[in-house]
Structure formats: C-alpha cells, structure tokens
Ligand binder design. Structure first.
Ligand code: GRF
Length: 198
C-alpha cells in the first residue's frame, strides 16, 4: 500500500526535489501528497509545483509568535492531504513536543552532520574548526530532543585540504540527495535498520 508523504521546507528544497523525483520512480512504496513551506517565498514551492506536487505556504510569522497556533494549521494541512509520513527537508522551524507527539515516529529529518556530532547550526564550520577528517549527513526520526532521534542513515564525505564551510556544505549536500531518498524508501517499506553510505 503506497505510503503518503508530506515534505516540509523553508528554502530551495533541493532535498525535497531529490525525494519527489525518487518517489516518481516505478514501484516506489511512497508518493508525495504535499510540499509545505513556512516561508511563502521559498523557491522550493515553485520546484514542487513544477514536479506536480500540491503545495501550501503557512507563514509562521502570521501567528503572533504563537508556535502552537502555527503548528495547528500545519497539522490540519498535513491531515487534509492524507500525509502518513512527514519529511523535514531544509525546514528551519523547531517543532514543539506536542506536534512531534501527534506524529510520533513518522517524522524524518536530514541534518548536515554525522550525529551525534554537531547538533544545531553551523555544522560544517564546526567540523572544520575541529579538524575532522570527514563530515556528512544524518537522517533520523524526529523526537522532542533536537537532532537526537533514532538514526536511520548516515552518509560520510571526506574533508579536503582548503575546504571552507561552503565547499564542504556542497559536498555534503550531494550526499544528502543520495541518502535521504534511500532512507525514505526503506522507511516506507517498514525498514528502520540504519544504512551507511560513503
Ligand atoms: C541543507 O544543508 C540540509 O542539510 C538542511 O537544510 C539545508 C538546505 O536543504 N536540512 P535544502 O536544499 O533546502 O533541501
């Protein structure tokens, strides 16, 4: 039975594009039913529409700082679309434990570091400052603890001499676009054994 997937974005949505294109392959166990952005100007909304996926924009600034009110509207949009799995893909809002509990175990996120190293922001600068020989990305199940849920997959890339945060980010992003579709396909089939790419 095809699982219905909603993807939450805030910006360009390159991971969203990779996920949608993957789900459009024959025999895929999931299909995209909604791409939703908290940023009405997100470039990913137009890219999703070009790919034939319904879109929605819910500006988080329209709720007077009331995070719960914003999330209630997001939740209604997800339910109206029939979403069963929610993929965060460059989504830059922190979700409250109440929202996460509602979707317990069915929200995935991609984070641009080899968790548990470097939760939070500026992951590439931190890896470079630490002199790490490798970096990468992690797909995990979202829990109330930021960037800390069960890991479903990781992709490793080398840190190269002369790397700047931007060059490392670009190399990691290519790996993200490989990893996330593989993990989502497995997750839609009920497979949660973590996969490791390099
Ligand atoms: C990427 O660094 C990704 O790791 C993080 O958000 C950034 C932008 O992702 N989740 P995208 O291009 O919008 O998918």
């Amino acid at each position: 039975m095809t699982r219905q997937v909603a993807i939450l974005i805030s910006g360009g949505g390159s991971n969203m594009v990779a996920l949608v294109r993957s789900m459009q392959e024959a025999g895929h166990p999931a299909r995209p039913v909604l791409v939703l952005s908290n940023e009405p100007e997100a470039g990913g909304l137009a890219r999703a529409a070009e790919l034939g996926v319904p879109t929605a924009a819910i500006d988080h600034r329209s709720f007077g700082g009331e995070r719960a009110a914003f999330e209630a509207k997001v939740g209604r949009a997800l339910e109206a679309a029939g979403a069963e799995i929610v993929c965060l893909a460059g989504f830059m809002r922190i979700l409250t434990p109440g929202f996460i509990a509602r979707w317990e175990g069915r929200i995935l996120n991609i984070h641009p570091s080899l968790l548990p190293k470097y939760p939070g922001l500026h992951t590439h600068a931190r890896a470079l400052a630490a002199g790490d020989a490798e970096a990468g990305c992690t797909v995990h199940i979202v829990t109330a603890d930021l960037d800390s849920g069960p890991i479903l997959g990781q992709g490793r890339v080398p840190v190269l001499a002369g790397d700047m945060p931007e060059t490392l980010a670009g190399r990691v992003l290519v790996m993200e676009h490989r990893l996330y579709p593989i993990v989502l396909r497995r997750f839609a089939e009920g497979l949660t054994e973590p996969v490791f790419l390099s």
